[in-house]
Design a protein around this ligand. Structure first.
Ligand SMILES: *Cc1c(COP(=O)(O)O)cnc(C)c1O
Length: 379
């Protein structure tokens, strides 16, 4: 099955009771048993729910994996991965990381004795310098948030393989439409499904997909034991969102390209970060591992003024100033004061999150309206 068919049919079967084309919302916590243990595969909805199971099969299908897991949020999905580790284990992660992931690692898991190395991975060979006998996980986000750095997944996978370390990839920005990390050698792919997979800014959810049965069993155990699952109603909405992922992504990419070029030619704009530019430092890697460049763009203004950036995001009308990304509607954000406020200024500036940086999630509205909105806001 090709990707554009998988979004609609991947892992799905018609309802056995009445032939419903959409999976029914099994709004139930428990299931009748004829005799103790005599059930139809479902006992309790923290462990299994048919609507969530349909969604988990869809996740697995989209990422070319064998097993999918749905969680109550993207961070709950990452949290489940972290629970594979023991005190004393070490993790090598990119230094240009989603702020919430950084917070989870440094403020929750560090105190349980897990050691993190946050490093620049634009040159993926550097990862190997930080590997030792305690390294158990390499955590990659690509393209990164919000600097749109691109990390070579194949290279990271070859280092992980050589040293028998798990490689996890946060594929939230690219989506499986653009990039399929398991095909490139990753062990775990993670999504904040809140973003592009759901696509309509109406659900908070996380996903993991793996190929290996043993790894899947460990993660299912954690999912059930810790209990950060999503409900049947949200599972249904997520399945509905996924059905249009490929058409939405196509338009996100087209509009993203137009906006990136507009900003790049604007006299008041200093720098535009978008992996589709030939001047992007890892454009070649992006071209090799992604099928297009997505709808996420960051830029800075000349003079790098905090106040100018705030003025721009306040003036934008179609681009709504809001946290989050990946919905049909265009959003703007000011990472230094919003998504990345939990990262100390010194740390964030090292990775390029300066005061004037603005991040855009380019939606699927009309391209001309989006450009006009930027024109009136930037001046
Ligand atoms: C939003 C986001 C997360 C966290 O997901 P939630 O669903 O908000 O918990 C993780 N990684 C990236 C890249 C994100 O954009």
């Amino acid at each position: 099955m090709k990707f554009n068919t998988k979004t609609i049919h991947g892992g799905q079967e018609h309802d056995k009771a009445y032939g419903a084309v959409m999976p029914p919302i099994y709004q139930t916590s428990t299931y009748a048993q004829t005799t103790p243990g005599g059930h139809k595969g479902f006992e309790y909805s923290r462990t299994h729910n048919p609507t969530r199971a349909a969604l988990e099969r869809s996740f697995a299908s989209l990422e070319n994996g064998n097993f999918g897991l749905a969680f109550s949020s993207g961070l709950a999905a990452i949290d489940a991965v972290m629970k594979l580790l023991q005190p004393g284990d070490e993790v090598i992660s990119t230094n240009d990381l989603y702020g919430g992931s950084y917070r989870l690692f440094t403020q929750i898991y560090a105190k349980f004795g897990i050691k993190f190395h946050f490093i620049g991975m634009e040159n993926a060979d550097r990862i190997e310098d930080f590997v030792n006998e305690n390294t158990k996980l390499i955590w990659v986000e690509t393209p990164t948030n919000p600097m749109l750095n691109v990390i070579d997944i194949k290279k990271a996978a070859s280092i992980a393989n050589k040293h028998n370390i798990l490689l996890g990839v946060d594929n939230t920005f690219a989506t499986p439409y653009l990039q399929q990390p398991l095909n490139l050698g990753a062990d775990i792919v993670m999504h904040s499904a809140t973003k592009y997979l759901g696509g309509h800014s109406d659900i908070v959810m996380g996903a993991l997909v793996v190929k290996d049965k043993d790894l899947a069993d460990k993660l299912y155990f954690i999912q059930n034991a810790s209990g950060a699952i999503c409900g049947p109603q949200d599972s249904f909405l997520m399945l509905r969102g996924i059905k249009t992922l490929h058409v939405r992504m196509q338009r996100h990419c087209e509009n993203g390209k137009a906006v990136a070029h507009y900003l790049n030619n604007h006299p008041k704009i200093e720098k535009v970060y978008w992996p589709g530019f030939e001047h992007h430092p890892n454009h070649k890697v992006a071209k090799a591992q992604m099928s297009d460049f997505g709808g996420m763009i960051s830029f800075t203004t000349k003079g790098n003024s905090y106040e100018d950036a705030i003025k721009i995001v306040e003036k934008l009308k179609i681009f709504t100033l809001a946290e989050s990304l990946g919905g049909v509607e265009s959003l703007s954000g000011h990472p230094a004061s919003m998504t990345h406020a939990s990262i100390p200024k010194e740390e964030r500036e090292k990775t390029g999150v300066v005061d004037s940086l603005i991040r855009l999630s380019v939606g699927i509205e009309d391209e001309a309206d989006l450009i006009e909105d930027l024109r009136q806001a930037i001046g």
